[in-house]
Design a protein around this ligand. Structure first.
Ligand SMILES: *[C@@H]1O[C@H](CO)[C@@H](O)[C@H](O)[C@H]1NC(C)=O
Ligand SMILES: *[C@@H]1O[C@H](CO)[C@@H](O)[C@H](O)[C@H]1NC(C)=O
Ligand SMILES: *[C@@H]1O[C@H](CO)[C@@H](O)[C@H](O)[C@H]1NC(C)=O
Length: 258
């Protein structure tokens, strides 16, 4: 039931998009214009005080996305949960006024949290790819260190190359980005449950940007996603539901913002 509700609301989002999008967007563009939007207006005072993402306040995002899925953890030899990746799907929410992004994201989080445990993040990915709604942007997951295969590090990747709106785009094979992390700030509402907010600048591999989807990604408005702050038995695995926002800046499609 909860999953059906989740998809019903995501479907409503599509209808809202069709109503709001005035013209057919260019290939690779957000459905509604993001021009003039500032993340500053989307942030609570607690984060403004900490200058979270302050270098982006004068820049419009190219994509504003809702991300729904899970973050994975495995238990280290020391009995602590360590991140091992994530599988989430991203939906374009550019047609929602920015003030609605946070409550809408929490609302979808409530539906996703209520879905039975047999429903996995892969089910969300597979169902979305099958239905291929206009709001579908792409998948988010983690990859092994592309610079140093033996470092044991993992890096976040987003891939929009399969999204409907990129299919006629000659440059679609470059519609991905791999990022590192910086300026990590604990979630202002409940840092024990919600994953930290952060900036994710594109990773350089041999001096070259690893993907052209964005130069930077912001992660914020987290609902869930953090590992429980408990000891664990080494080797055990854990998936934690995570629903949040990613905003994408710069990259090859930056000139679609108008
Ligand atoms: C994370 O969880 C997903 C979803 O169940 C799973 O398919 C994937 O293999 C896991 N990835 C890692 C790195 O543990
Ligand atoms: C790659 O990572 C390993 C393990 O951390 C390290 O010993 C090695 O120096 C790194 N190699 C390079 C080229 O950075
Ligand atoms: C985790 O628990 C420890 C011990 O109870 C505490 O000191 C620490 O602040 C907690 N960390 C978070 C992120 O809540």
């Amino acid at each position: 039931m909860a999953l059906i509700k989740l998809f019903s609301f995501l479907a409503l989002l599509c209808v809202a998009h069709i109503a709001n999008a005035m013209t057919m967007p260019m290939t690779g563009a957000s459905i509604c214009s993001t021009k003039g939007i500032s993340v500053k207006s989307a942030l609570p005072d607690a984060m403004l005080k900490q200058n979270f993402a302050s270098s982006f306040y004068k820049q419009a995002p190219v994509y504003t996305a809702l991300s729904v899925g899970t973050q994975n953890y495995s238990c280290s030899a020391a009995g602590k949960w360590a991140p091992t990746g994530a599988i989430t799907y991203l939906y374009d929410i550019s047609c929602l006024p920015v003030m609605h992004h946070k409550p809408f994201t929490s609302f979808i989080s409530g539906l996703w949290d209520a879905a039975p445990p047999v429903v996995t993040s892969w089910d969300i990915v597979k169902l979305t790819e099958k239905l291929s709604p206009g709001v579908a942007l792409g998948i988010h997951y983690w990859i092994p260190d592309p610079v140093n295969a033996t470092s044991g590090k993992i890096y976040a990747k987003w891939d929009f190359s399969k999204a409907e709106r990129f299919q006629k785009d000659m440059h679609k094979d470059h519609a991905f980005v791999v990022s590192s992390e910086k300026n990590i700030v604990p979630d202002p509402h409940d840092a024990t449950v919600n994953s930290p907010w952060l900036e994710e600048p594109v990773l350089l591999v041999n001096g070259k940007k690893d993907g052209e989807l964005a130069d930077s990604v912001l992660r914020f408005n987290s609902n869930g996603g953090a590992a429980p702050n408990t000891t664990c038995s080494p080797g055990s695995q854990l998936e934690v539901k995570s629903t949040l926002n990613f905003w994408f800046y710069g990259g090859h499609w930056a000139d679609t913002v108008m």
